[in-house]
Design a protein around this ligand. Structure first.
Ligand SMILES: [Zn+2]
Length: 124
């Protein structure tokens, strides 16, 4: 990924994996706000547009089930791994998120003696 020359994960991870842009705050404010929770308060003060333009998060902060085979993120993905939480209301938000989402697509596949089920969620 040549983009890594210009972008670094916000957490400065050593990675040659994919870097993910924040959700567009204009179209997806709720998700953007979830992502913003992982940023420190100084960074949050820089504002929505700055964060959207300049911040990236690498794969290491997203659960496997948020990643599609094409190395993109599902539409409900938000960072939960290897982060420092600055706002401890996050568990409430996750609950809120689950209540407000429905499965959009369920993929089943057979894998070597086990069944793999992938669920892609969407907003109600
Ligand atoms: Zn990272």
């Amino acid at each position: 990924m040549s983009s890594n020359k210009y972008w670094k994960c916000y957490f400065l991870c050593e990675t040659d994996g994919v870097l993910h842009r924040f959700p567009n705050p204009q179209h997806n404010e709720e998700r953007f706000n979830l992502w913003m929770k992982v940023l420190d308060s100084e960074m949050q003060k820089r504002g929505v547009q700055y964060i959207y333009n300049n911040m990236r998060l690498c794969d290491q902060h997203f659960e496997l089930w948020y990643r599609t085979p094409s190395r993109k993120l599902t539409r409900n993905a938000f960072p939960t791994l290897n982060i420092a939480l600055y706002d401890m209301t996050q568990p409430v938000l996750i609950l809120d998120l689950l209540v407000n989402m429905v499965p959009e697509e369920v993929l089943c596949s057979l894998e070597d003696k086990s069944v793999r089920i992938e669920i892609y969620w969407t907003w109600k």
